[in-house]
Design a protein around this ligand. Structure first.
Ligand SMILES: CC(=O)SCCNC(=O)CCNC(=O)[C@H](O)C(C)(C)COP(=O)(O)OP(=O)(O)OC[C@H]1O[C@@H](n2cnc3c(N)ncnc32)[C@H](O)[C@@H]1OP(=O)(O)O
Length: 224
């Protein structure tokens, strides 16, 4: 029998359990978690230790390895743990140190058109649908229950939060966040590092590094 492929996750975030869930649903072995920067656990967050304790009730939890002790081993698959656009620096560091090639992880309940293209490091969560001709650049994070319309392109390190719907023929920049439950009409251009607030309906193009909120989505502030 072939050994299961071994998933290594770099950095932690509140989304870690979704990555565990998806990996298990895909039959991957949870091999290692390699924390990056010190973990900030807010009052309403769940710590890595607690996540691993909960996981150990179901399966063998991954080993936690310090960042500097990590060395690549054969049979490993690599994914980033944090979902903020700031994780671009982590990807760069791992590429520079170890020349890693990142895995593309898709939940088995997601539908990805065979005519779509997913870059390395992309995650697609449960029940999401990626339409034909869609192109997701490296490390795009698609949460649960998202739809991406046909021919829409999404730049590297963008994250699309649960239940949001993106129309077709749009161009979404790099490091963009689409908040939970937002809707973007078709044929839009969203600039790099823009933020579409939760529940917004974007009916027009969004300039780079701009927060828009509401229905229809309006300019709220320029982001640093
Ligand atoms: C599995 C999971 O849990 S995934 C979770 C995913 N989470 C999300 O998608 C959340 C996305 N976050 C948001 O939408 C947030 O509201 C943010 C990031 C836009 C808030 O940004 P901040 O810079 O903190 O804005 P702040 O809270 O200071 O609000 C600024 C103004 O915008 C308003 N505002 C903020 N968010 C929204 C929103 N989504 N819709 C309407 N108005 C909003 C605030 O009421 C405030 O208005 P005011 O100036 O009249 O007082």
């Amino acid at each position: 029998m072939m050994d299961a492929q071994k998933l290594v996750i770099f950095g932690t975030s509140n989304i870690l359990s979704d990555l565990f869930d998806c990996a298990l649903a895909r039959g991957l072995q949870l091999h290692k978690v390699v924390p990056h920067l010190g973990e900030e656990v807010g009052e309403r967050d769940v710590s890595l230790a607690e996540r691993l304790r909960q996981l150990s009730l179901h399966c063998t939890p991954p080993q936690v390895q310090p960042f500097d002790a990590f060395r690549p081993e054969p049979g490993e698959l690599y994914l980033l743990g944090p979902t903020t656009p700031a994780r671009a620096a982590l990807a760069d560091e791992l590429t520079a140190r170890h020349g890693l090639r990142f895995h593309t992880l898709v939940h088995p309940t997601a539908y990805v058109s065979p005519l779509a293209t997913l870059g390395p490091g992309v995650f697609v969560g449960a029940n999401s649908v990626i339409g034909p001709g869609a192109v997701l650049a490296e490390h795009v994070f698609v949460n649960r229950g998202v739809t991406i319309g046909h021919d829409t392109r999404i730049g590297a390190f963008s994250r699309i939060q649960p239940g949001s719907n993106l129309g077709g023929l749009s161009s979404i920049g790099r490091g963009v966040t689409v908040g939970i439950g937002a809707t973007l009409l078709e044929r839009l251009v969203v600039g790099d590092h823009a933020f579409i607030g939760a529940g917004a309906v974007a009916t027009a193009d969004v300039p780079p590094a701009t927060l828009v909120v509401g229905i229809p989505a309006k300019f709220k502030k320029t982001l640093a």
